[in-house]
Design a protein around this ligand. Structure first.
Ligand code: SAM
Length: 321
């Protein structure tokens, strides 16, 4: 097990199946850009071997499948099937939900217990403005399909003052009615937002978000797991919501996340441009690959910020949010 001076270790691995996405959300993608797959994407076999090697070296016991948009990738079904066979404590998925209904058989058959769907509004017009693609009704059908199958669904929302700032209460109500936990992710200074006025114009702090909900609900702070990134609140008798308060209440000192990109790089921190190439280790037998991987993991862990997220030009789509 690799530990740093703060006692941090890697436990949660996010595996990006592809950098391609069918959406071009305003906070993720600069204007007029389309997200394409990397030229040298890892195969399903390499991704699975990557997960296995990281379980052995870093002690990874939780995997989240992400992207880009993971459901766009041909590797989605075979990867899901294989990763579910590994002795992990948890496997989850983050998706924009557009293809949830199409892929529902594979998802349900895999035995996965929980998924996260990114949803920034339940207003169809706003939806198109933010995602610059897609169809809200199809996403909502996909969510219902998952709930009907007994899969736990959490909703992730990025609040942005000028885009969905007035839509947060309807979204919270939508989730409370369906017994789904919603987490509001404070806007992060990633990619094009790192040096742009858009960040200042759109960032909404935890205090601001709570102020909006206080207009309708009484709530109290409730417990969250030690390495959770979310500050959780309970509305008695109604449900729970969370805020991933990157700026208001940074969680770097308890971060256990490691990311593997679709082109074979490890990222130890969202707020660091450093990355470590491991694709060339994935066709080697364990006795040759693991010592080298161990050294790269020490470097990846050293990339973590001490205290708070500082912004980074790295684009979320490459490394999975
Ligand atoms: N396509 C999948 C999805 O939509 O969930 C997975 C990839 S997406 C990059 C993962 C998450 O990152 C989404 O919940 C998205 O809202 C979040 N995200 C992307 N850019 C962000 C930013 N600048 N600030 C906060 N969250 C961001």
């Amino acid at each position: 097990m690799i530990l740093d001076k703060k006692g941090r270790r890697f436990r949660n691995l996010r595996v990006s199946l592809t950098a391609a996405c069918n959406y071009a959300c305003t906070y993720c993608v600069p204007d007029r850009k389309r997200l394409q797959p990397a030229r040298n994407e890892l195969s399903t076999e390499e991704l699975i071997r990557g997960v296995q090697y990281l379980m052995q070296t870093a002690g990874i016991d939780r995997v989240r499948i992400t992207g880009g948009e993971p459901l766009l990738s041909k590797k989605f079904e075979p990867f899901l099937k294989e990763v579910m066979r590994l002795p992990l404590k948890d496997v989850s998925l983050t998706t924009n939900g557009q293809f949830l209904k199409d892929k529902s058989a594979a998802i349900i058959d895999s035995g996965i217990k929980r998924i996260n769907v990114s949803l920034d509004t339940i207003n169809p017009l706003r939806f198109r403005q933010i995602a610059r693609s897609g169809d809200l009704a199809t996403v909502l059908e996909g969510i219902d399909c998952m709930l009907d199958a007994g899969i736990l669904v959490k909703i992730n929302t990025v609040p942005m003052r000028t885009q969905n700032g007035s839509e947060l209460l309807p979204l919270l109500d939508y989730c409370l009615q369906r017994n789904m936990e919603i987490r509001f992710i404070e806007l992060m200074r990633m990619g094009h937002l790192n040096h742009s006025n858009d960040f200042q114009a759109n960032y909404m702090s935890m205090e601001t978000i709570l102020g909006i909900f206080a207009q309708k609900y009484e709530f109290e702070r409730t417990s969250a797991p030690h390495d959770s990134t979310s500050v959780r609140f309970e509305i008695p008798g109604k449900g729970v919501f969370g805020i991933i308060a990157n700026e208001s209440e940074p969680f770097c000192s308890a971060c256990t996340r490691l990311r593997l990109s679709s082109s074979g790089y490890l990222y130890g921190c969202l707020s660091s441009g450093n990355r470590h190439y491991i694709a060339d280790l994935l066709d080697k037998p364990a006795h040759m690959a693991l010592p080298h991987l161990q050294r790269l993991l020490v470097k990846s862990l050293a990339d973590k910020q001490d205290y708070s997220f500082r912004g980074e030009v790295t684009v979320m789509k490459f490394i999975g949010g």
